[in-house]
Design a binder for this molecule. Structure first.
Ligand code: NIG
Ligand code: FE
Length: 411
C-alpha cells in the first residue's frame, strides 16, 4: 500500500529522463490529464493517468488535489542564502547610479556581508537561513544548493558550512553544500591571491575533508577576484579533497572562466553573461551544465543573456536564483522562469526543464529528482492554476498550495 496518494490532479506536467536535457529537447514535456501520483518510501511509485493505475487504491494518506496542477519541485542549483547583514542601503545607492564594482571598491559589496557574517554566531546565521529556506520551499523549491563564501577565513567558512549542514539534516528539502572560499579576497591578505589560496589549501580544505562538508568547490572567476590560473590551482587541490568544480564564470566580462570550466570538466558554469562562443562549445563537449541566473542580471541592471544562444549550441541549460544579499535578493524560482521567458527568449517548457531537471543535472541529481517519474524522489508541488504556464506567466503571484519533498507534505 502506498504511503501517500495524490488524486484528482487536473494536469501533471513534467520533463522526462534521468539526465540533463540539452538544446531543443528541453521543450519535450510529458503532460497527463486526469492524473494521480502514488508515493511509497519517499519515492514516486506511480505518476500518470488515473485510469491506468493498477496499484492499491488505498494509501496511508490521501490528498485530494481537487483539480490542481502537479509539477516537479524546483531545483535551485545556485544560492548563497546563508549570510548576515543587510545591504538595502547599497541597493539604494545603485538605484541612484552607483555601480556594483564602485560599491565593492569602497568597502561595500561582498566585503560588507563578510564583516556581518563573521560577526554573527552560528545560531544567528542558522535562524536567518532557516527562514529564507522555508520561504523558498513555500515557493516550490524542494532541492537547493547553498554556498559558503562570506567567511573568507577558516573559522567563518566552517561556521557557514556547519549551518548548511544543519539545514541539510533538518530540512525536508534536499540541501547540497558548496565551498566558495574563493569568493573574494579577505582584507587581511592585502590583495595577495597566492597567500589566500594557500590559506584555502592548508587551513580550509583539511578542515572540510574529514566531515565531507561540501560536495562542490566554486570560485568567482572574474577580473579583480580570481583568475583562470588561480581557479586551475584551486580545482587541482579541491579534487584531492573530494570536491568537484563549479565556476562563477564570465559574469562581468569575458575573462576565460567558461573555457576554464570546460577544461576542468566543471559540473556547471554559472552566470555566463559574457561567455565566448568557443567557451560554450568547449563546455558542451565537457558536459558542463550552463546555469543562467536571471535574478542577478535583473538586479544589477545588466543585459540578460539570450537563452537562444545556449539552446542552439545544444547545451544543458539550467536556471537558478543566485539568492544572495547583493545581486539577487530572492530565491523565487517562479520569478526566474518568468524573467527567462520575458527577457531571455526561453519558451515556457524550456524554462520549466531548466528550473527542474536541468537544475538537478547541475547538482548531479538528475537520476534522483527534477521530474515526476517512477523511482525518483517524490518532490512534487501542487499549484492552483488553470493552465500550467501560468506559474510563469502570472509573476508575483504564488500559486503553490502544497509542497511534497521526499514524500513528506512540508508546506
Ligand atoms: O553570484 N558573483 C559573486 N557572488 C554573488 C554576489 C555576491 C554578493 O554581492 O554578495 C553572485 O552574484
Ligand atoms: Fe553566485
Amino acid at each position: 500500500m502506498p504511503d501517500l496518494i495524490i488524486k484528482n490532479i487536473s494536469k501533471l506536467v513534467t520533463p522526462t529522463g534521468t539526465a540533463g536535457t540539452p538544446g531543443n529537447r528541453m521543450n519535450e514535456l510529458r503532460i497527463v490529464d486526469h492524473a494521480m501520483i502514488a508515493i511509497a518510501d519517499g519515492k514516486i511509485a506511480y505518476a500518470g493517468e488515473t485510469h491506468d493505475y493498477t496499484g492499491s487504491p488505498d494509501a496511508k494518506k490521501v490528498i485530494d488535489a481537487d483539480g490542481m496542477i502537479a509539477l516537479p519541485g524546483f531545483v535551485d542549483s545556485h544560492t548563497h542564502l546563508v549570510f548576515a547583514g543587510n545591504r538595502a542601503e547599497e541597493f539604494d545607492l545603485r538605484s541612484r547610479g552607483k555601480s556594483y564594482a564602485e560599491i565593492a571598491e569602497s568597502g561595500g559589496g561582498i566585503k560588507s556581508t563578510v564583516k556581518a557574517t563573521r560577526k554573527a554566531t552560528k545560531d544567528e546565521l542558522h535562524s536567518l537561513a532557516k527562514k529564507r529556506l522555508a520561504e523558498c520551499i513555500g515557493l516550490g523549491t524542494t532541492t537547493i544548493e547553498i554556498k559558503s563564501g562570506y567567511g573568507l577565513e577558516g573559522a567563518a567558512e566552517m561556521k557557514m558550512l556547519e549551518v548548511i549542514g544543519q539545514l541539510h539534516d533538518e530540512s525536508p528539502a534536499t540541501v547540497v553544500a558548496t565551498f566558495l572560499g574563493a569568493h573574494d579576497l579577505p582584507e587581511e591578505v592585502h590583495g595577495s591571491r597566492q597567500e589566500y589560496l594557500s590559506l584555502i589549501f592548508h587551513d580550509m580544505f583539511p578542515r572540510i575533508w574529514p566531515k565531507r562538508m561540501a560536495k562542490y568547490c566554486d570560485v568567482f572567476c572574474e577580473e579583480g577576484y580570481f583568475s583562470p590560473q588561480d581557479a586551475r590551482q584551486l580545482f587541482a587541490k579541491a579534487r584531492d579533497f573530494g570536491m568537484k568544480p563549479k565556476v562563477h564564470a564570465d559574469q562581468l566580462s569575458d575573462f576565460g572562466g567558461v573555457s576554464l570550466a570546460a577544461e576542468v570538466k566543471a559540473i556547471s558554469a554559472d552566470h555566463l553573461e559574457f561567455a565566448s562562443d568557443e567557451g560554450l562549445d568547449a563546455m558542451r563537449e565537457a558536459g558542463t551544465v550552463a546555469t543562467l541566473l536571471p535574478g542577478a542580471a535583473y538586479q544589477l541592471n545588466m543585459d540578460f543573456p539570450d537563452a537562444r544562444r545556449f539552446v542552439s549550441k545544444d547545451l544543458v541549460v539550467a536556471l537558478a536564483s543566485d539568492y544572495n544579499p547583493g545581486s539577487s535578493t530572492t530565491g523565487n524560482m517562479q520569478l526566474m522562469m518568468n524573467m527567462a521567458c520575458c527577457r531571455m527568449n526561453m519558451s515556457c517548457a524550456e524554462a520549466l526543464t531548466a528550473a527542474t531537471l536541468n537544475g538537478a543535472a547541475a547538482l548531479e541529481l538528475a537520476d534522483v529528482t527534477g521530474s515526476l517519474q517512477s523511482g525518483k524522489r517524490a518532490d512534487v508541488i501542487l499549484c492552483e492554476l488553470e493552465e500550467w504556464q501560468e506559474i510563469i506567466y502570472r509573476f508575483g503571484h504564488n500559486p503553490v498550495k502544497k509542497v511534497i519533498a521526499g514524500g513528506a507534505v512540508v508546506s
